[in-house]
Structures are given as structure tokens and as C-alpha cells.
Design a protein around this ligand. Structure first.
Ligand code: ADP
Ligand code: MG
Length: 268
């Protein structure tokens, strides 16, 4: 989809003045507790079919943004609209029907796949939560389809995570995120735990899936080579705020903010 066409569409996700504060420190009975502003007033939107990357150094609040826009946690202030609907204050129960439309790919496929579950159980887990796939056979079919999407085979379904390489594990993680056929995926540093040699394969898989399934993605990343290859636009985060949001090429060739410039010049 061209950038011009995408710009003409209503945003899939729209975030306005988002804040997320955590209470930290303090002694007995919370005396002297301070507010940590993990997200400190942040606005952006993502068009249907777009990949927006969120970059910034460790601790700048990227993962908190990912979790908050998916409403895995509640924002302190501001608003989040998904497909035009205000989801800022929805309860867990009200979010349930929306859950299958918005999924998360975790950073570390070594930590995020339960070692005691088979691939089939792992990938099927969101189906159980969302009550999809009525019969066992239907569920197995849906899982098989998700495995195929990420380049795994049906015979992998009965195996356990330790039998797979890092890249394959991340494919399992992606299959789990896609099994409910979401429209929107947040990928939190999806390749940073992987060997450099397999990073490109997983990045290319995600790009291919975006095309095939029409996915919209928020990709959290700190590797600028990955960001440059994957994103339509890039949002640069610093201390809980966005300092710059730009088309990928423009950001790399003509950064407008000194922090973006510093980030680019620090890259290998
Ligand atoms: P990033 O993903 O960019 O490394 P995070 O979103 O993980 O950043 O964290 C941003 C800030 O919020 C950090 O200072 C982190 O310690 C803090 N933080 C994140 N989650 C929590 C939490 N559940 N409770 C308290 N502080 C948190
Ligand atoms: Mg993070």
C-alpha cells in the first residue's frame, strides 16, 4: 500500500497525550513514594497496514507503550482509540472480544514459551482464552494453519520449545500471536534475542506476513538496521516522550531532532 493511500485512511490506532506513571520507592506505608513517568505525554497514530517502529534507548518507555496500547495495563492519563473505538477505560472483560484483534509478540522466545507445553498447546493458548475453535479438531486445524504461516510444519505441533532453535522459537511466538488472526500486532524487540544470522529471516517473515495478512504493526526495536528495513515510519522515544516521528527514509537521511541524530551516529 502506498504511503499516500495509507494517509487517506482513518487510523487503526490513535494515541493521545498518553501517560503511564508507576509509583516507585518509598518506605513503610509508601511514605516518600515517587512517581516514575514511564510514558510522559505521548501522541501518535498508526494507519491500517502500516509498520511504525518505536526506537529509543533502554528504559525510555517503549515496552510500556506497547503494553499500554494493547491495554494489558491501564494508562494513567490520555486516550487510546482502536478502530475508532475508545478503549482507554475498558475493563478486562470489555477488552476480551477485542483481545483477538490485537496481539503481542514477545522479545525473548527463550523466556516467553512455556517449556512444559507443546507447540500446539502454546500456539492454541490464545484460542482458549478467546473461546474460538469450538472442537478439538477445529483447534488443531487453526494451529496447523498458524504454523504454516510462519514456515513450521504440522509435525512440529507435538514437540517442545527446547527442540527448536532461537529463530524457530520466535516463529512459534509469532504463530501464537497470529492464531486469532489479529489486525494489529505489537512486536516488542522481536529479533533482539536472536543470533544476527537469523534476525533477517524473522524480519523478512514479519514483512511477508504483513503483506499476506494485511497486518498493522507497532515494532519496538533498538537495532536501527532492523528499523530501517522494516518500518514505514519511525517514532523516536526519549524519557517517556516522542522527540520525532518521521517517514523512515526522511528520519535516516535528515533527522530533525538532535537526539535522533545522536542515536543514528551511535549506530554501528
Ligand atoms: P524500554 O522498553 O524502553 O526499555 P520500559 O517501558 O520497559 O522501557 O520501562 C520504562 C521505565 O518504566 C523504566 O524506568 C522501567 O524501570 C519502568 N517500569 C516499567 N515497568 C514498570 C513497572 N511495572 N513498575 C515500575 N516501573 C516500571
Ligand atoms: Mg523494552
Amino acid at each position: 500500500m502506498s504511503a499516500a493511500l495509507r494517509d487517506a485512511l482513518a487510523p487503526l490506532l490513535e494515541v493521545r497525550d498518553l501517560r503511564k506513571h508507576f509509583a516507585v520507592g518509598g518506605g513503610l506505608f509508601g511514605r516518600g513514594r515517587a512517581q516514575l513517568r514511564a510514558i510522559d505525554g505521548l501522541s501518535f497514530s498508526i494507519r491500517p497496514g502500516e509498520i511504525l517502529s518505536l526506537v529509543g534507548e533502554s528504559g525510555s518507555g517503549k515496552s510500556t507503550v506497547g503494553r499500554t496500547v494493547l491495554r494489558l495495563t491501564a494508562p494513567t492519563e490520555g486516550s487510546i482509540r482502536f478502530k475508532g473505538r475508545d478503549i482507554t477505560a475498558l475493563s478486562r472483560r470489555q477488552m476480551r472480544p477485542l483481545r483477538r484483534q490485537m496481539q503481542l509478540v514477545f522479545q525473548d522466545p527463550y523466556a516467553s514459551l512455556n517449556p512444559r507445553m507443546t507447540v500446539e498447546q502454546i500456539v492454541a493458548a490464545p484460542l482458549a482464552i478467546h473461546g474460538v475453535g469450538a472442537t478439538r479438531a477445529e483447534r488443531a486445524d487453526t494451529v496447523e494453519e498458524a504454523l504454516r504461516l510462519v514456515g513450521l510444519l504440522p509435525q512440529h505441533a507435538g514437540r517442545y520449545p527446547h527442540e527448536f532453535s532461537g529463530g524457530q522459537r520466535q516463529r512459534i511466538g509469532i504463530a501464537r500471536a497470529l492464531v486469532t488472526r489479529p489486525d494489529f500486532v505489537v512486536a516488542d524487540e522481536p529479533v533482539s534475542a536472536l543470533d544476527v544470522s537469523v534476525q533477517a529471516q524473522v524480519v523478512n517473515l514479519m514483512l511477508e506476513l504483513r503483506e499476506r495478512l494485511g497486518l498493522t504493526m507497532l515494532v519496538i526495536a533498538h537495532d536501527l538496521a532492523v528499523v530501517g528495513h522494516m518500518s514505514d515510519r519511525v517514532a523516536v522515544m526519549y524519557l517517556g516522550r516522542l522527540v520525532e516521528v518521521a517517514e523512515t527514509r526522511a528520519l535516516f537521511t535528515a533527522p530533525r531532532h538532535p537526539y535522533t541524530e545522536a542515536l543514528l551516529s551511535a549506530a554501528p
